[in-house]
Ligand binder design. Structure first.
Ligand code: CCH
Length: 292
């Protein structure tokens, strides 16, 4: 696996380089895909529609205090896996590379192709990143909380209930790590395959509180494998507005893929003030109308 220098502007070529680093036999379930998806989401998920700051520009997680925020624990693995690609291709911004890695990972795991455009810019100094961080603060969701919290966090970014449920389906990938979030375990049996299993399991399994010294979480056992749900995951079936979407996505994987693709593409566009095209236009319009 040798990383190549790709011609400037050839993002398909960069996707090929990202696919080369997805397989990581020594790491987790053998794939860097899940942690790439989480990196892309955390890079984008501190956007505020009303304050119009935060979002996927900047790649602020290269610098403290964003890099040392406990909410981002473990994402250095993703940044490190991508570093050789950036080193061989200094023309691509870190923020474009991180978001492109997230969507390349989804597709390589059998998921949909997510709309994506380049053009994000990076902070050029630690001081600039720190100043920005000071403006936005801690905005990522807390897995120990409930439906009101998730709705508040995601409506700040401009997402509807339906989009919140669609985005949450990304928990079909990866796992919780006790040394990162404190929670433990994967949500599904095959956590490197993108699918609607997360919704199916939410609805069909009996989830019970795990008896352990760690933070409160739910568990069930499927074919000898212990699976988990966060309180925020369970909120999707407890809340009467979220639940119908869980039911729809559990029944119809194509619908989930379509809705996930649009919502994730929108997430990665947040804060990218390019011109009046695509998702950026929708986000600007909503901001002008003063409502999420
Ligand atoms: Fe998530 N997520 N997430 N998540 N997440 C965690 C791991 C992943 C929440 C909490 C956690 C989204 C929304 C939420 C992924 C994608 C998305 C972990 C474990 C926690 C806790 C971290 C650890 O210990 O390593 C909460 C709360 C919310 C919303 O309320 C959204 C949206 C996305 C993407 C669209 C992925 C993928 C992982 C697995 C990462 C890995 O390293 O395996």
């Amino acid at each position: 696996m040798s990383i190549q220098s790709i011609k400037e502007g050839d993002y398909e070529g960069i996707r090929g380089e990202i696919r080369k680093v997805l397989k990581q036999p020594q790491y987790d379930d053998g794939s860097a895909g899940p942690v790439f998806v989480r990196l892309a989401w955390h890079a984008s998920g501190n956007f505020s529609l009303v304050e119009h700051n935060g979002g996927s520009n900047g790649a602020g997680m290269r610098f403290a205090p964003e890099s040392t925020d406990p909410a981002n624990a473990g994402l250095t693995h993703a940044i490190d896996f991508l570093m050789p690609i950036q080193a061989a291709n200094p023309w691509i911004s870190h923020s474009d590379l991180w978001t492109l890695a997230g969507i390349t990972a989804i597709e390589a795991a059998g998921g949909p192709r997510v709309p994506w455009q380049p053009g994000r810019t990076d902070y050029t100094s630690a001081a600039a990143a720190e100043e920005h961080r000071g403006q936005v603060g801690d905005r990522l969701p807390d897995g120990a909380k409930g439906a009101d919290h998730i709705r508040e966090v995601f409506s700040r970014m401009g997402f509807t209930d339906q989009e919140i449920v669609a985005l949450s389906g990304a928990h079909a990938l990866g796992r919780c790590h006790p040394d990162r979030s404190g929670f433990d375990g994967p949500w599904v049996v095959n956590p490197t395959r993108f699918s609607n299993q997360y919704y199916k399991l939410l609805l069909t399994r009996k989830w019970v509180p795990r008896q352990w010294d760690g933070p409160f979480q739910y568990e069930t056992t499927v074919a000898g494998t212990k699976l988990m749900m966060l309180p925020t995951d369970m909120a999707l079936i407890e809340d009467e507005k979220f639940r119908p979407w869980v039911e729809k996505y559990a029944k119809d994987q194509d619908l989930f893929f379509k809705d996930f693709s649009l919502a994730f593409g929108k997430l990665l566009e947040l804060g990218v003030d390019r011109d009046d095209t695509g998702f950026a236009k929708l986000v600007k319009k909503a901001a002008e109308e003063g409502k999420p």
